[in-house]
Design a protein around this ligand. Structure first.
Ligand code: MLT
Length: 273
């Protein structure tokens, strides 16, 4: 069973106050699921409908401005602001004040910011198709081009540009269709604020050895955006991490191979007890 909860996140130096829509499924300790750019909670639907809900309360957050969560009017979505929003959700929904945090790509950047800013609220960390490094100069230039594209041509143009890079060869057309719909539904102002936050995010490579919580790194074998080598490097730098490379997946592993993804997460949770 899934219901929508509304959580208030207070304003701070990184952004304005916001109302966050959270879909919670299942029972047990809290797990928060953080979507990628420029997506929303729906990217976790296949995972939330499966076996994981037997083990955890799965809370899929619409980050501010995405999905059902209204924009707070921020010019940029700093990863620190997303992390503090997640802390507000954990405080509201976790009886023991801690959560397993699962973040894909941009959600992984936010999860790393959460690990840095709120370590006492982190039970375990799953970094999915993501990286710890900041944008290199060429990537920053690409963000500027994407901002211009979103502003002049709209969200559908962003979807057209992104889709070929998101999925493994031979991906299910239904997954591509769902992704396109999510991107096209995202307001341009949110896309632009995300792109500024992504462009300016901190390099958290040096944080990795200091993360005490158990960690899982998951990557699709065909991930063209955050490749397997980046995942291997993160898993090596984390003090207590396991790495799972998922066959047949690209950048959107939880949507492309939900059963294999869920099994990797369930095995990780079984191992950490
Ligand atoms: C994402 O999937 O969240 C984005 O590809 C992240 C990025 O562009 O760095």
């Amino acid at each position: 069973m899934s219901d929508i909860r509304w959580i208030d996140a207070p304003a701070n130096a990184h952004g304005r106050a916001a109302r966050l829509a959270v879909r919670a499924t299942g029972a047990g300790p809290l797990t928060v699921l953080l979507h990628g750019y420029p997506l929303d909670h729906r990217m976790w639907d296949a995972v939330r409908d499966g076996q994981l809900a037997d083990h955890r309360t799965l809370a899929a957050i619409d980050l501010r401005g995405h999905g059902s969560s209204p924009s707070a009017g921020d010019d940029a979505h700093a990863m620190e602001r997303f992390a503090d929003d997640v802390a507000a959700v954990v405080d509201a929904l976790a009886p023991d004040g801690r959560a397993d945090v699962v973040g894909l790509s941009m959600g992984g950047y936010a999860a790393l910011a959460f690990a840095e800013r709120h370590p006492q609220r982190l039970r375990s960390l799953a970094l999915v198709d993501t990286r710890a490094a900041a944008d290199a100069p060429a990537a920053r230039a690409n963000r500027e081009a994407a901002i211009a594209m979103a502003t002049t041509q709209g969200a559908s143009a962003i979807a057209d540009a992104m889709l070929p890079k998101l999925l493994a060869p031979g991906a299910d057309p239904a997954v591509a269709k769902a992704l396109r719909a999510m991107i096209a539904d995202t307001p341009v102002a949110t896309i632009v604020a995300d792109l500024r936050g992504l462009r300016d995010r901190a390099d958290r490579t040096a944080l990795l050895p200091a993360i005490a919580a158990p960690a899982l790194v998951v990557v699709g074998e065909h991930d063209a955006i955050t490749p397997v080598a980046e995942a291997e490097a993160m898993a090596c730098a984390l003090p207590c991490a396991r790495l799972v490379v998922v066959p047949g997946a690209g950048h959107m592993t939880p949507m492309e191979q939900p059963a294999a993804f869920a099994e990797a997460l369930a095995a990780f949770w079984r191992a950490i007890g």
